[in-house]
Write a protein that binds this ligand. Structure first.
Ligand code: ZN
Length: 309
């Protein structure tokens, strides 16, 4: 009899809801991607998660007893202990939702919940770009800007499980209002919607991130200038993080991070020029190894580590 175990990994972002069936060796067997915007409430989204998970399991004709558990990453502060989602700055309708309890009851599986950037960072630390290092900061650039911290080889979650919110480091005194309720946060300037409206203003037409990256790669000055400015803004917030924590590496992922060399170089240059000398010498700035799958792999690692399988 085949007793091989499987894990369900879920990565909920402001743009996409990704679900996958993984082996216990973290190989993605099947993956499903839905648009987060399609769901108007937390109830609809939760329902879609439940039916998609059932579908994933049924399509492979796997018995539920062979699923070791479900791990899910969400874009905001979540209480890891109770499975309560506090709020999601970029997905309306989520406030104090008992997601862990609801999914456990409806799916009859062990469910583990964490912040999506924490899971991204965990995946890169255990198996990806940060493997073998002890102190790393993970940054996800997408609809929002997320962060995760590995300090002395352990994921640091903070007293209320909300540590690592790099996107909500203020970069401007009394600046733009942010979805978190604060003002002048990094995310309010470099979240992907902001970059797109910046590009629309400059080019006088709608333009997507891929086009903007291609233009920069082809040497278009206006596009290069946008990515450079985005890189400097990110670099300035991250310089503060690097000065504070003195990490070995910063691992950057998420949709916006696929934008090419201009963005990466300007982040690197800003940090190297502005961080304090010992920290600047130590830190390397790396691209995510797992790219779009890091959150799913991190969710599976969470299940294995919490379930001790
Ligand atoms: Zn904020």
């Amino acid at each position: 009899m085949n007793n091989k175990k499987y894990i369900i990994g879920i990565d909920l972002g402001g743009t996409n809801l990704k679900l996958a069936l993984l082996s216990v060796k973290y190989k993605i067997i099947t993956k499903k991607i839905l648009s987060t915007k399609k769901f108007k409430s937390s109830r609809e989204l939760t329902h879609a998660i439940v039916s998609s998970v059932d579908e994933l399991i049924r399509a492979r004709r796997i018995k539920k007893t062979r699923i070791a558990g479900l791990g899910i990453g969400l874009p905001g502060p979540v209480d890891v202990r109770t499975g309560i989602v506090r709020f999601l700055p970029n997905i309306p309708g989520w406030r104090n939702i008992r997601l862990g309890e609801i999914l456990t009851r409806r799916l009859k599986l062990p469910v583990f919940i964490d912040n999506d950037a924490n899971l991204f960072t965990l995946a890169e630390y255990r198996l990806g770009a940060g493997k073998g290092l002890r102190n790393i900061v993970g940054i996800t650039l997408g609809t929002g800007v997320g962060g995760g911290l590995i300090i002395e080889g352990r994921l640091y979650r903070g007293e209320s499980f909300a540590a690592g919110e790099a996107g909500h480091i203020p970069i401007l005194l009394l600046g733009r209002p942010c979805n978190c309720g604060g003002r002048g946060c990094l995310e309010a300037y470099v979240g992907n919607k902001r970059i797109l409206s910046w590009a629309e203003k400059v080019f006088k037409k709608r333009i997507d991130l891929e086009e903007l990256s291609n233009l920069a790669a082809r040497g278009e000055h206006k596009a290069i200038r946008i990515w450079q400015s985005v890189g400097y803004l990110i670099g300035s917030a991250l310089t503060g993080v690097i000065n504070l924590l003195n990490p070995d590496a910063l691992v950057i992922g998420g949709g916006v991070s696929n934008s090419g060399r201009v963005l990466f170089n300007s982040i690197r240059n800003f940090v190297k020029e502005n961080a304090m000398v010992p920290q600047a010498r130590q830190v390397v700035i790396l691209k995510s190894k797992f790219k779009d799958d890091a959150g799913l792999i991190g969710a599976a690692i969470l299940v294995r580590e919490r379930n001790r399988i």
